[in-house]
Design a protein around this ligand. Structure first.
Ligand code: AMP
Length: 179
């Protein structure tokens, strides 16, 4: 990808992100990427750029829920399948689970324990927004416990100053825009 394309993708992300102050809680600046994903050029540009960042993986893990959208689009370009990493309680048993901390309390990520061969796969994690990195870190642990090698993380938008990259270091993290 040349520098011009990188700039174009980053600009598209910026132009088609809706900023929602104080959602879902006071003080949070929510980045709503719905307009980006609903735009044909935006979705294609994001999928293409993230697929390039994900090169070498043989399975895409899309994180609940907006990571499902991007993850599937990336997988079709990469020529792989996509695995939905679900929030707790959505999948039928048996499941593999990984708990992680939220600001208040804990949450769980899950994948099926049966029916999909994860062991030995080279997996790239895909999500819309990287904030503290807690979600990516939990997904990484979950897949590694299942025997996969997590090769990289690829996100559309990275929020600076929240330590997201540090939470998954030394995993390479590719983002199309940082703000
Ligand atoms: P974190 O685990 O803190 O990196 O949070 C990342 C997850 O929460 C991603 O799945 C995002 O979709 C969501 N998220 C966190 N912060 C925001 C934000 N400011 N705007 C939009 N989504 C966010």
């Amino acid at each position: 990808m040349d520098a011009g394309t990188v700039t174009a993708v980053s600009d598209l992300v910026a132009a088609l992100t809706r900023e929602v102050p104080d959602f879902p809680a006071p003080g949070i600046q929510f980045k709503d990427l719905t307009p980006l994903f609903a735009d044909a050029r935006g979705l294609a540009a994001v999928a293409e750029a993230l697929a390039e960042a994900a090169a070498g993986a043989d399975l895409v893990a899309g994180l609940d829920a907006r990571g499902f959208l991007v993850g599937a689009a990336v997988a079709t370009r990469l020529g792989t399948g996509v695995l939905a990493v679900r929030k707790g309680g959505k999948l039928p048993p048996p499941v593999r689970s990984e708990a992680y901390s939220l600001e208040y309390g804990t949450a769980t990520l899950e994948i099926p324990a049966d029916g999909i061969a994860v062991a030995g796969r080279r997996v790239v994690l895909v999500d819309d927004v990287l904030a503290t990195g807690g979600t990516l870190a939990a997904a990484k642990r979950l897949l590694e416990h299942a025997g996969a090698t997590v090769t990289a993380a690829a996100v559309v938008l990275e929020l600076a100053g929240l330590g997201g990259r540090d939470a998954v270091a030394p995993l390479p993290v590719h983002s199309l825009r940082c703000c």
